[in-house]
Design a protein around this ligand. Structure first.
Ligand SMILES: Cc1cc2nc3c(=O)[nH]c(=O)nc-3n(C[C@H](O)[C@H](O)[C@H](O)COP(=O)(O)OP(=O)(O)OC[C@H]3O[C@@H](n4cnc5c(N)ncnc54)[C@H](O)[C@@H]3O)c2cc1C
Length: 382
């Protein structure tokens, strides 16, 4: 088990050397970033959030944010695969029974087991915390038929944290989470999305057809799934998606800053694009967006780790802010990149497409604003 500082340094090195090298090829081929993911796993990064007693690093949300941001700066598809793995492994570590933890966490820590979340269903869309599928009793046996609309690492991950209403649920939040292995009978991928961005993260629908459900695969007590989503998955997901957005925005900012300095005009005696006041103005706008969002992310993490009761509003808000900032930065970078960026050079066009995912990934920015507004007004969220 590596100490956290050396793990962060290793993550930066792999991100810079390997993820950056493969990013365009992954985007164009739309292939799952297997080489990147394997290298990260081998280096101990699958076990980032796994407690040390199971061979992991027991890292915090702050460490996870740094890891994801560095990955996203170089390959956002890989960062999203890793983020879903972190959300899922955190849920297993926090809510799994001892036998499950002993079975799953050591192989995760060794980099041999990739996991992910299978929450979203077409029937509830972005309101992923309210699945419409429900466990049915067949005699004494529990069975599940469900249509999961959007799963990162679909068919690639070794296990899936699946949400569904418990048998005989009294309402849409009467939910269980189960950890199902890849290849469970009746559990299959159902095609791919040709997503606008994050082309390599193997997002796609999955189907569960009359899958046998064992109680031993459940996370937490019966009916506790909704609470687990809010307590464990949501903070990791929100802070992680914000980190992906800031990684993309940082890469776009550095790329365009280098370009406007290097782009020279013969007709103007070799003056650089950077010498034009409007370009400097856009550069300033990008820097302000990026720096203020980074400060908000740092403050949110500080509050969340300190158990501040006011953290929840920021945990909801930080994904909205980072997604908006990222869109603002990449669209200005595309403008300043002109034909060079439009011609798919420098990777800006890929970053522009990758940046679009964060605001629609559930909870979408609009849904989050709905929650934040209600919370500010003291109204119930659900
Ligand atoms: C790249 C990517 C990877 C993903 N990976 C996973 C994964 O690994 N696991 C997983 O479970 N899911 C995953 N998802 C699914 C994701 O989290 C959402 O569930 C999905 O994108 C929601 O899509 P939808 O079209 O059904 O949204 P809809 O529910 O149709 O919402 C569409 C829009 O309607 C508006 N809207 C809806 N409800 C409200 C409201 N209450 N208030 C205000 N506005 C509202 C919002 O603008 C929203 O964006 C992924 C999605 C993407 C894009």
């Amino acid at each position: 088990m590596a100490d956290i500082q050396s793990l962060l340094a290793t993550n930066e090195r792999i991100s810079r050397d390997l993820l950056a090298k493969n990013a365009d090829q992954i985007d164009q081929s739309r292939k799952f970033p297997r080489e990147n993911v394997q290298a990260l796993g081998k280096a101990g990064l699958f076990g980032l959030l796994v407690p040390p007693q199971y061979g992991g690093s027991g890292a915090t949300l702050a460490d996870m944010s740094k890891v994801i941001e560095a990955q996203a700066e170089n390959c956002a598809s890989t960062a999203m695969v890793m983020l879903m793995h972190y959300c899922s492994s955190a849920a297993i570590a926090a809510k799994g029974e001892n036998a499950m933890k002993e079975r799953l966490l050591p192989p995760i820590a060794r980099g041999e087991h990739l996991t992910t979340l299978a929450f979203s269903e077409a029937g509830s869309g972005g309101h992923f915390y309210m699945p419409v599928s429900e466990v049915r009793m067949n005699g004494v046996q529990k069975r599940l038929t469900a249509s999961k609309s959007f799963v990162t690492s679909a068919g690639e991950a070794d296990s899936y944290v699946v949400s569904t209403r418990k048998a005989g649920a009294s309402g849409p939040t009467d939910v269980n989470l189960y950890v199902l292995p890849k290849g469970a009978t009746g559990f299959t991928t159902a095609g791919h999305f040709e997503g606008l961005g994050l082309a390599g993260n193997a997002s796609g629908p999955m189907k569960l057809e009359d899958v046998a459900i064992e109680d031993s695969t459940r996370l937490g007590p019966e009916g506790s799934g909704f609470q687990s989503m809010l307590e464990v998955v949501l903070p990791h997901f929100q802070i992680g998606v914000a980190s992906v957005s800031l990684g993309i925005a940082t890469a776009a900012f550095h790329t365009i800053t280098a370009h406007v300095g290097a782009r020279k005009y013969e007709h103007a005696g070799g003056a650089a694009l950077a010498s034009i006041p409007r370009v400097q103005f856009l550069e300033a706008e990008m820097a302000v967006e990026l720096n203020s969002s980074q400060a908000y992310l740092g403050e949110t993490i500080r509050k969340a780790l300190g158990g501040d009761p006011a953290a929840m509003i920021d945990v909801l808000g930080v994904k909205v802010k980072a997604a908006d900032a990222c869109l603002a930065v990449v669209s200005r970078a595309m403008t300043l990149g002109g034909g060079w960026a439009f011609g798919r050079r420098g990777g800006l066009e890929r970053m522009f497409r990758d940046a679009q995912a964060a605001s629609v990934m559930a909870p979408a920015s609009d849904v989050l604003k709905d929650f934040i507004g209600k919370a500010c007004l003291g109204l119930p969220l659900f």
